[in-house]
Write a protein that binds this ligand. Structure first.
Ligand SMILES: Cc1ncc(C[n+]2csc(CCOP(=O)(O)OP(=O)(O)O)c2C)c(N)n1
Ligand SMILES: [Mg+2]
Length: 703
């Protein structure tokens, strides 16, 4: 008799395990079949793994999926999302709202699973943080999940170091990440594994679904390296489970992970994609398309499942999860809550910090001693102003930390105050992270830190934001307050030449929904940019900073830098405030615009300078404000920005002029580049006058 319809009381423990595993398998097959799209084969193969992790190992309370000391489960092979939807559903994980409260309903219902991949279903195509409670990070772009898990592991170590006290293990959780061939082929996983090995992150366990199959066929086609040896070389503990259906062995390997100190663990799990499918097992056909109605029946038969049942959760399955993860998780959390209450009594200020952090709030006094820079025509580089500000913020906000991809001395992101320290295997308290030359893993790690509620930043040259872009995009998709600090934002490092001069980077980042880009124009704008950024709770930021000194504007003469918080503001205006031409600029071009403006004024031309560090912030302002800065009737407009001209029509209109870049840069001293590409006052003045003449012509022709 099939176990699915048997009397639950009569089942052996092993049969009950199998019943739960087959429920995950069949839910996955049915959901994909119903959606007519999706990935059935990997859930069929990995159901025993996911069952074991969730029901036997994970310290996670389904009643509260945001409990700070929960173990993290990351599904890096996000196409196998049905594994996660099944786990979240069967364990009864509760939904949480944006205010971090449980709302008394399940995160994923059976109905969501029936509507897998459909609009508004809580069982979308890939795991989506923020959309489905219980998803620890968004995955789908292969490799991102495992790289993000490294940030989570760093966060746990850092939190434990800072907040645990004798007798108070407030943070002692582990991170489990499941990945496939694709994740391990992607470069980001190599970067991340190398970093994790170096840092000896023994709270991190990756489980590799070694099924020898990707979309095009057998891994013989393109992936023949010795993966185990590779991970040994990274300094990981490498284990192997030769049969993905052997849950006792899986459990044993996971126990070995927990006992392993000083290095992360990599478990190779030999599996059969499409397990149980007579015609599709071990073939690429099981990867990314429905099995077909007939095959589904055959598989169900092989599992001892009623062939016609769909979305069946047999009696006893929910209960078995309640008995397993439900009971274990609730006990662990209740114990922790008690522990935290006595911790609060003994260490009230630390407890407050933990609570603020969990809600992404800032501690009192977070903005004290922020620098104010006096007017100075010689000025200071954006990166230097940033370095000074970072060092203040990192002292005011205990959980503000970060680092660079080996460019700390250039990015000026090194935290130099006494006690800042370096995060290493032998110092878990350091606030300087050394990502090495691994921009992609750095950005994903920053996301993992942000997912763990720290306030992280990662830095490199702006040109290399390309190497980090997929993770920046995910930060935006996940609505994380990750901060990416990119210096050398234009042609400031002139002699390095076009390989080092960003052109299209700003506009391409401006195109990412939800991402804030900020390119401050002088030192005080840098400070104001930070003031804005650290108050963000749900948006990532790209901060583009100059390498070279920029004049510090005289704010008694020009508008205060606090205008940065509006994205764009009138920095300098003509007497009476009724301009006839507007010059809009960002970053290093702001002082150039001001210089041109002063000359125009002296010639009796009524000009206005708008400093526009952030398009996105400006777009959030009420229309009345936006029109006060850029009055629609003033069409004579010039934008000046040492970057691609692409997109500036938005603010200068189709008749406006953009002093920007239409080509790559060149290798030469900055002054010569500024001359060659027209970033000089005379050029801006000429553009403004041309604009004015055109505007006068067109208004006289209208008359
Ligand atoms: C960065 C990235 N490139 C390509 C894809 C498209 N894609 C999705 S799954 C897949 C094959 C993955 O193979 P594997 O990780 O072995 O998964 P399995 O089929 O074994 O589950 C590919 C190429 C993707 N999701 N992400
Ligand atoms: Mg595979």
């Amino acid at each position: 008799m099939s176990t699915a319809v048997a009397d639950v009381q009569a089942l052996t423990a092993a049969q009950l395990d199998e019943l739960c595993i087959n429920t995950i398998r069949t839910l996955s097959m049915d959901a994909v079949q119903q959606a007519k799209s999706g990935h059935p084969g990997t859930p069929m193969a990995l159901a025993p793994l996911v069952y074991t992790i969730w029901n036997r190992v994970l310290r996670f309370d389904p009643q509260n999926p945001i409990w700070p000391n929960r173990d993290r489960f990351v599904l890096s092979n996000g196409h196998a999302s049905m594994l996660l939807w099944s786990a979240l559903h069967l364990t009864g994980v509760q939904a949480v709202n944006a205010s971090y409260e449980t709302v008394g309903k399940p995160s994923v219902t059976l109905d969501d699973i029936r509507r897998f991949r459909q609009l508004d279903s809580k069982a979308p195509g890939h795991p989506e943080y923020h959309w489905v409670s219980g998803v620890e990070t968004t995955t789908g772009p292969l490799g991102q999940g495992v790289a993000t898990s490294v940030g989570m592991a760093i966060a746990e170590k850092w939190l434990a170091h800072h907040y645990n006290r004798p007798g108070f293990e407030i943070f002692d959780y582990n991170i489990y990440a499941v990945c496939g061939d694709g994740c391990l082929m992607e470069g980001i996983s190599s970067e991340a594994a190398s970093l994790a090995g170096h840092l000896g992150l023994d709270n991190l366990c990756w489980i590799y679904d070694n099924n020898h199959i990707t979309i095009e066929g057998n891994t013989r086609l393109a992936f023949t390296e010795d993966v185990e040896t590779r991970f040994l070389a990274y300094g990981w503990n490498v284990l192997r489970v030769g049969n993905a259906n052997d849950i006792d062995r899986i459990e044993h390997a996971l126990a070995t992970f927990r006992e392993t100190k000083g290095r992360p663990t990599f478990i190779v799990l030999d599996s059969h994609i499409g397990y149980g499918s007579p015609h599709k097992q071990d073939t690429a056909a099981a990867h990314g398309e429905p099995l077909g109605e007939d095959e589904v029946r055959l598989v169900k038969k092989a599992y001892g499942w009623p062939e016609d049942a769909k979305f069946l959760v047999p009696d006893g399955v929910y209960d078995h999860f309640t008995e397993g993860i439900g009971k274990r998780g609730a006990e662990a959390r209740q114990k922790w809550l008690k522990l935290f209450e006595s911790y609060r009594a003994q260490y009230p200020s630390l407890a407050v910090e933990i609570e603020l952090m969990q809600k992404r709030e800032l501690p009192a006094g977070w903005d004290r001693n922020l620098p104010v820079f006096p007017a100075d025509p010689k000025g200071i580089a954006g990166r230097d102003a940033s370095g000074k500000t970072l060092n203040v913020l990192a002292q005011n906000i205990p959980w503000f930390l970060g680092g660079s991809a080996d460019l700390g001395p250039s990015n000026k992101t090194t935290l130099t105050y006494s006690g800042a320290g370096d995060f290493q295997a032998n110092d878990r308290g350091g606030k300087n992270l050394h990502f090495g030359i691994r921009e992609h893993a750095m950005a994903a790690t920053v996301n993992g830190l942000a997912l763990s509620k720290l306030r992280p930043f990662g830095a490199t040259f702006f040109i290399f934001s390309d190497y980090a872009r997929p993770a920046i995009r995910l930060a935006a998709l996940m609505e994380l307050p990750s901060l990416f600090i990119f210096t050398h934002d234009a042609m400031g490092d002139g002699e390095d030449g076009p390989t080092h001069q960003p052109i299209e980077h700003l506009i391409s980042l401006r195109a990412i929904p939800g991402l804030i880009t900020l390119r401050p124009g002088d030192a005080n704008e840098v400070v104001e940019a930070y003031r804005y950024i650290v108050q963000l709770r749900n948006q990532p930021t790209v901060l583009a900073l100059s390498r070279q000194p920029l004049p510090t504007l005289d704010r008694s003469k020009y508008a205060p830098a606090s205008g940065v918080a509006k994205g764009a503001y009138v920095l300098a205006d003509c007497p009476g405030g009724n301009p006839e031409v507007i010059i809009i600029a960002s970053g290093s071009e702001v002082s150039l615009a001001v210089e041109a403006h002063e000359k125009l004024l002296s010639e009796g031309i009524r000009s206005r300078v708008v400093s526009m560090p952030s398009w996105e912030i400006f777009e959030k302002q009420p229309r009345a404000y936006r029109e006060s800065v850029l009055p629609p009737n003033i069409t004579a407009r010039v934008a000046v920005e040492q970057a691609s001209t692409f997109g500036w029509e938005r603010y200068v209109g189709t008749t406006g002029q953009v002093v920007g870049m239409n080509t790559f840069g060149a290798s030469a001293p900055l002054k010569e580049l500024q001359r060659k590409f027209g970033f000089e006052p005379d050029h801006v003045i000429a553009a403004a006058k041309e604009q004015l003449a055109n505007a006068r012509d067109s208004s006289s022709s209208k008359r």
